[in-house]
Write a protein that binds this ligand. Sequence first.
Ligand code: NAP
Length: 293
Amino acid sequence: MELTLNNGVMMPALGLGVFQSPPEQTTAAVQAALSAGYRHIDTAAAYGNEREVGEGIRRSGVDRTDVFIETKVWVSDYGYDQTLHAWDKSAGKLGVDYLDLLILHQPAPDRFEKTIAAYKALETLLADGRVRAIGVSNFMPHHLEQLLAATTVVPAVNQIELHPYFAQPAVQAADAENGILTQAWSPIGGITFYPGWGEDRRNVMEDRTIAGIGLAHGKSPAQVMLRWHLQQGRSAIPKSTNPGRIAENFDVFDFELRADDLAAIDALDTGVRSGPDPDEARLERFSMPIPEA
Ligand code: NAP
């Protein structure tokens, strides 16, 4: 299933995420995904595994041109020249001569002018054919408004925290109004249950409504959540390093949620995020350097 971006580029709706995939497991995870039928991988300079993603693609035997490669520029590389160079680092590690989608990992609220300069570098990379589409991540409507006022190319994608417990309807609406595709990170709610991120979170994977819908369709909670994204027109990039779960997360094209299933999942939104607030400057994290290729 493919989605058409606002510049006509086609993107497979479902991709493999690799945040927190240890480098030594990433190559095998990417190979498993490509063999299960995925044709879209979402990585980031900040994940420290672009090299292994590239290796997985090469080892899979799938043609590079048949794989949609998405990666992200980290905040420490924001600024016009720095972001042009961030392309060299990411493309070099991935071992490719073009990227399919390059996005800014998040707004940097303490240096928004550098965020804008970084985006202008993405516009240059797009014009030069070094990327096929450009976009943003974790941009709230007020960030989008500022960005759109200062730049020319409307982002193709805004990748945001989005799962049944935090669906961000206002961001989805702002994206839609501007022709930006919403892409869900933590699409199966990873941020609500990955270990070590706080004990007070409610695990969406254990939600009874979702389990009930899954039972009715003979599908797992993860499959129900992914189908909810797809039927509402979003891209989703579930992460797993487990071959069985990688295959499970792609086995979502043989059933259809009913309107009342979708509404029941929509009603689970708590309006409370589990991930970092995009308006908060996390200076220590922002300063993490990205190594050369
Ligand atoms: P997620 O994909 O919603 O969930 C991942 C977690 O779920 C992992 O702990 C995984 O463990 C487990 N899992 C995977 N499939 C499962 C299944 N079928 N049943 C039960 N558990 C399952 O969370 P995420 O990693 O936060 O988000 C996905 C991707 O979005 C990331 O990998 C990254 O590419 C992107 N992301 C972007 C941002 C951003 O700021 N732009 C932030 C976070 C994430 P196993 O590996 O053991 O299966």
